[in-house]
Design a protein around this ligand. Structure first.
Ligand code: ADP
Ligand code: MG
Length: 786
């Protein structure tokens, strides 16, 4: 550690001691131990700064045994020594300031805050701050380090700098009817500089010659002279909020600047952080060395140091995860106590016959998962299970065995897929699978939006009368007209493509039916447990044997023509190919436009002799299905598509997946695209074209080139980019994390464990009513979204 860092560290500890009332807990083991173990060994006494540290340390001798008043003197003296010259020039920053006005209770409206009238309250409301409490939890968007003070002579053009100066003179110039320029000449012992502010109409004059202020602003120039443009400033004799410290920057709105926000929030935080009751059990705070809630709240808004900010984040992130995990586990416990599902006999002969007569041997993973499901179906607690399995891992047969179990017991089953094509694919696949039962096979039917009129009415009737055993379809399954006779098992494929209501609607077609939801989106386990906390989890982590690995090439822009040639050769050999257009973030409309252009370019200049098709998100479902169908039938040789290319679509003759702008996609998403090929007997290829020359982009694509495990890629992705829309997680509603990051698997696991331990002793959290009510509050929003 450098001497400066050491001094800063000791200083921070002492400041923390001040704030905590000198309880000798600012550092683990106490102040004296810190000096013995850390300071003394590192402070070599040949530089002046180190001498100061040693002197300060001397002052602190006997700290652990003396009374608080004495401690306060010791700390003050040590701080003065540490600060050397600085402390005599301006007051110490970073000491927790008292609020400058009276602060109402947490549940009072923000308009009750002095200085916040109705008009401002409306502006606060726009930021989501309605109650005083909301301000406490309105965390900064970022922080600017304004703790490094400069002398005026040291100011650098183009930088944002902080300095202390005396106001020499102030002048106002009228630029137009309504626009004024306020100039203040600022001075310190090294020189002077002008600060300027434009203002409309009335000029507020709170700067007077002779005042000492601390200023932060961007250094610009005018006619060759440096000046500071519209800096923020504070009077030195007041508390330091906006300068001379690590300053919080809040998301703001027009009419409510950061300075105002900061001072209102500061008063609220300063007042309530010392009064708020911690909802965490003390033993956890101690064991895990977490900050107290009050300290964490203060530090996340007005950090004393980057270390303190980190500690605050850790504490608040811990709370968020813990509450989510507690909520999920409590919900799960409730569900596991609920009854009323049909307990099915899983030993019916048709089930065994089905499983033993499959056209292939089940993988170990399939067998295990089918066991897990059978175990659920046997119980009168309704199954609520998430099945995760990479594309091609064989989820369909697992779903079919659940449906067969319903059928064997004399009940109905249903499976819902997000598109007509997928529904049809399931219809064919499942019909084929169950045909091994010959005469005794269940009656399987397909219901989609294109089935209309009499055909549909007849189907409705057959379903209602129980003549159909397994109904396969799209959203059409949850139309009002669909009534089952006795629906016992529901399956939802690609479940993230459905809304909560839609899943619930399918469920409501039966009386407490068993539910299996399936996804090919690989989500690391700890995350899945968090997002889908009240679902049980099954994973198909093994591929059926004999799959040809898909050869992947991470290519540079110069290799584009090579890639086009490669694709052409495959097509000329009778194969088909996909070309994925780069991701366009702005909007679906712009993305569609870019895709149309790319399609036209490819058709006209690159593959004029091939039959190309186009698929993008602005097309109607029917148009999409039509293009997909033509591709499936081989009428189209190359499908140019945006990212909408249907997950789960199965065209075994397609062997090339070319992805443009591959660096813009997540790794797991690239893996999903790649899963569109390699579905037949022919060797398949994935070509990743990147338009970014960056080392980073290359490395990421090389990971995809080398790794074919979707879960590993998803985890890499999360570490690098965080979860995005890809996971269908709406940060706002579903989990509402302000501080925690879903990519923090370590913390996720830790809180999961702690939550389980807490609940084991106290399933209803009776001993921790405050924690309990926070969990309940969070679950309310969760159940609205989930
Ligand atoms: P997904 O998990 O992507 O829905 P599918 O259920 O569509 O995967 O299965 C992909 C292909 O693998 C299908 O053609 C299916 O018949 C085949 N398959 C599934 N399980 C096995 C197995 N154990 N052995 C061989 N092939 C299998
Ligand atoms: Mg599938």
């Amino acid at each position: 550690m450098k001497t400066e860092e050491l001094a800063a560290k000791l200083k921070n500890i002492l400041l923390l001691e001040q704030r905590r009332g000198y309880n000798n807990k600012a550092v683990l083991g106490g102040v004296e131990a810190f000096i013995q173990k850390t300071v003394l060994p590192q402070a070599s006494d040949d530089d002046p700064q180190a001498k100061r540290i040693l002197k300060a340390s001397e002052k602190l001798l006997g700290y652990s045994t003396c009374a608080p008043e004495e401690r306060s003197t010791k700390v003050k003296e040590a701080l003065d020594l540490l600060d050397g010259k600085a402390s005599s020039v301006f007051p110490l920053p970073n000491i927790r300031q008292a609020p400058s006005r009276s602060v109402p209770d947490l549940e009072k409206p923000i308009s009750s805050m002095p200085g916040v009238g109705q008009r401002r309250a409306a502006l606060f409301g726009r930021l989501g701050i309605h109650l005083i409490r909301d301000a406490l939890e309105y965390y900064p968007r970022e922080y600017h380090d304004r703790s490094n003070l400069r002398k005026i002579a040291e100011l650098q053009f183009g930088n944002t700098e902080t300095f202390i100066a005396k106001v020499k003179e102030v002048s106002v110039r009228k630029l137009s009817n309504n626009l004024n320029l306020l100039t203040a000449r600022l001075q310190d012992e090294t020189g002077f500089i002008d600060a300027t502010w434009f203002s409309r109409g009335f000029v507020r004059r709170d700067l007077e010659p002779g005042m000492e202020i601390i200023v932060t602003g961007k250094v610009g120039q005018f006619l060759g002279k440096l000046k500071v443009e519209s800096p923020e400033y504070e009077h030195l004799d007041k508390s330091l909020l906006h300068s001379g410290r690590i300053v919080p920057i809040y998301r703001s709105t027009e009419g409510l600047n950061n300075k105002l926000l900061r001072s209102v929030i500061h008063d609220i935080v300063a007042y309530h952080s010392v009064r708020i009751e911690d909802h965490l059990p003390q033993h956890l705070i101690d064991e895990l060395s977490l900050l107290d809630l009050g300290d964490a709240l203060y530090q996340i808004h007005f950090p004393d140091s980057w270390d303190q900010l980190e500690a605050a984040r850790r504490r608040l992130a811990f709370d968020e995860f813990l509450e989510i995990q507690l909520g999920a586990l409590m919900k799960q416990a409730v569900r596991r106590r609920s009854k009323g599902a049909l307990a099915l006999d899983v030993r019916k002969p048709q089930i065994g016959e089905f499983l033993t007569n499959l056209p292939f041997r089940l993988t170990g993973a399939q067998e295990r998962v089918i066991q897990e499901i059978m175990h659920d179906l046997e119980s009168d607690v309704p199954m609520n299970r998430l099945l995760q399995g990479d594309v091609g891992s064989g989820k369909t047969v697992v779903a079919a065995s659940a449906l067969i179990t319903a059928f064997a017991n004399g009940y109905q089953g249903a499976i819902m897929a997000p598109t007509e094509i997928l529904a049809e694919q399931h219809y064919k696949g499942i019909s084929r699978l169950v045909s091994v039962l010959g005469e005794d096979a269940p009656k399987v039917s397909l219901l989609t939006g294109s089935i209309k009129g009499k055909e549909r009415d007849d189907l409705y009737q057959a379903v209602e009368q129980g003549e159909i055993d397994i109904l396969i379809g799209t959203h059409a399954l949850i139309q009002e007209g669909v009534r089952f006779n006795n629906l016992a098992v529901c399956v939802v494929d690609e479940q993230h493509r459905f809304g909560v209501e839609q899943r619930a609607a399918l469920r409501a077609k039966g009386v407490n039916p068993h539910l299996l939801v399936m996804t090919a989106t690989p989500i690391p386990r700890s995350l899945a447990l968090t997002i889908y906390g009240d679902l049980d989890l099954s994973v198909l982590d093994e591929m059926p044997p004999g799959r040809q690995p898909i050869q992947t090439f991470a290519l540079t822009p110069e290799q584009r023509s090579w890639a086009y040639n490669f694709l052409r050769e495959e097509v000329e050999r009778g194969r088909q190919a996909y070309i994925i257009c780069p991701l366009v973030e702005e909007s679906e409309k712009i993305e569609a436009k870019a895709a149309i252009e790319e399609y036209e370019r490819l058709q006209k200049y690159v593959f004029p002799d091939l039959r190309l098709g186009l698929l993008h998100g602005r097309m109607k479902p029917r148009e999409k299905d039509e293009v997909m169908e033509r591709f499936r039938l081989g009428e189209l040789q190359v499908l140019v598509s945006t990212a909408v290319v249907e997950v789960g679509i199965d065209v075994p003759n397609a062997t090339v997946m070319l992805i443009e702008g591959a660096d813009r996609f997540g790794l797991a998403q690239l893996h999903q695209f790649r899963g569109r090929v390699g579905r037949g007997t022919e060797k398949s290829y994935c070509l990743l074209l990147s338009d970014s020359p960056s080392e980073d982009a290359r490395k990421r694509l090389e990971i995809v080139q080398e790794c074919s495990d979707g879960f590993v890629l998803a985890e890499e992705d999360l570490k690098m980019r965080g979860p995005g829309e890809f996971y269908g997680i709406r940060q706002s509603g579903q989990i509402n994390l302000k501080v925690a990051k879903l990519s923090d698997f370590g913390l996720l696991e830790e809180t999961r464990k702690i939550a389980a331990e807490l609940l084991e002793d106290d399933p209803d959290l009776r001993h921790y009513p405050k924690l309990r009510s926070r969990v309940v509050e969070r679950m309310k929003t969760l159940s609205e979204a989930n």
